[in-house]
Design a protein around this ligand. Sequence first.
Ligand code: HAM
Length: 443
Amino acid sequence: MAKNRPKFVTLEGMAILKAVRGTRDLLPPETELWNQVEATARAVFARYGFGEIRTPVFEATELFARGVGEETDIVSKEMYTWEDRGRADSDKGQSLTLRPESTAGVVRAYIEHKMGDAGMLQKLFYIGPQFRRERPQRGRYRQFWQIGAEVLGPAWSGADSPLRDAEVLEMLATFLNELGVKGWRLALNSVGSSTDRPRYVAALREALAPVKHLMCEDNQRRAETNPLRVLDSKDPKDQEIINGLPKIADYLDEDSREHFAQVKAALDACGVPYVVEPRLVRGLDYYTRTTFEFTVPDGSGLGTQNALLGGGRYDGLSEMLGGPKAPGIGFAIGEDRLILTLQAQEGETAAKKLDAFIAPIGVAVNPAALALAQELRREGLSVEVGDGSFRLKKSFDAADKLAKRMVILGEDEIASGILKVKDFSTGEQIQVTRAELANALRC
Ligand code: HAM
């Protein structure tokens, strides 16, 4: 990302346009790290049998209202929603929304394409931008990227097995370790099944009734409409009351308790460390049973936004969207936050140098220089070409910045077929034939 953005200036009376607040341009060489992270995700997820799904970046607003929940911050405050006009007067308009997350869209696609009909477990991953109208700060953007995955299927596919929860968590631990993320912490909880929830919500309502008037306006409203959301309120003044509220663990039925115990046992068997956090309910309404978050220690480049990723089980989501029963579990990694963490923990990585810079001597040599670059690129080398109008000093400086070696190409070199290659790491200059050139640049 460009660090020192120019101040707002006008040029000949024209305002200079900048990226919209909360959005940003990702530029080389930083994008190399993004690609590396995404390549690692693809490689790791493939080992666990995941295939890629790409869903649209906008969906019907109703999908998020029904899936994520009307009372969540995401749906009530943060969505980019617009009324899409019909093209003809007779066409009805439709309310559309830029996706604030991808789980609802993936489950919509699962239902629409009858992906559960074959009875197989579906293991799907995605990488793409999401949109939330949040207050921008370090690690929090209005367009941000997620790398996510979902495992779902009919109950007889084993989609509701605690083994799936543990497998997803173990995969995440493997992914973060392969990237070299240091000090990650997995916080785990169970928010119970659809039958545990109403009992817990009733208990919360009862506990909130005598104290809610002391809480912030948002929490007063949530205490009425969706008391679970009070638990993930960040309002510092309300934390004391929140700490005294009943805990979901005391309201889990036998099945949910057993499910959670088996998730933990499988994690123990795989050696994945975790901490049980009874108040982790997460900010989306579709969660049932297992919920989790991975955080990184202070000083990892995220400021106050230390949640690297989050996820959980959503056994009733498909039915909430009008589909068949299809229990599932998934996660989404904040890719922007993952990159910030890697940069803070490893230091900025220098741009990777190209294999060669071709310096044509004189504009008449430009066509031959381009043809040589074409041949070397076909042989798999990364190559930049200068311009015959450059003085040798200018070519030299550009080459030194961009490449490991410089190839000098003048009329003499073309006539003799012997090329001069300057190696910037040793300072040596050697002469090679055209046939030897690719190998000389490769070593
Ligand atoms: P979420 O917790 O809303 O979950 O988002 C997951 C991650 O996305 C967060 O932990 C954070 O790293 C990143 N994130 C969220 N908002 C922003 C933002 N404004 N700027 C930068 N990063 C952000 C979900 O989205 C669920 N769909 C996860 C899931 C998948 N659950 C089951 N399957």
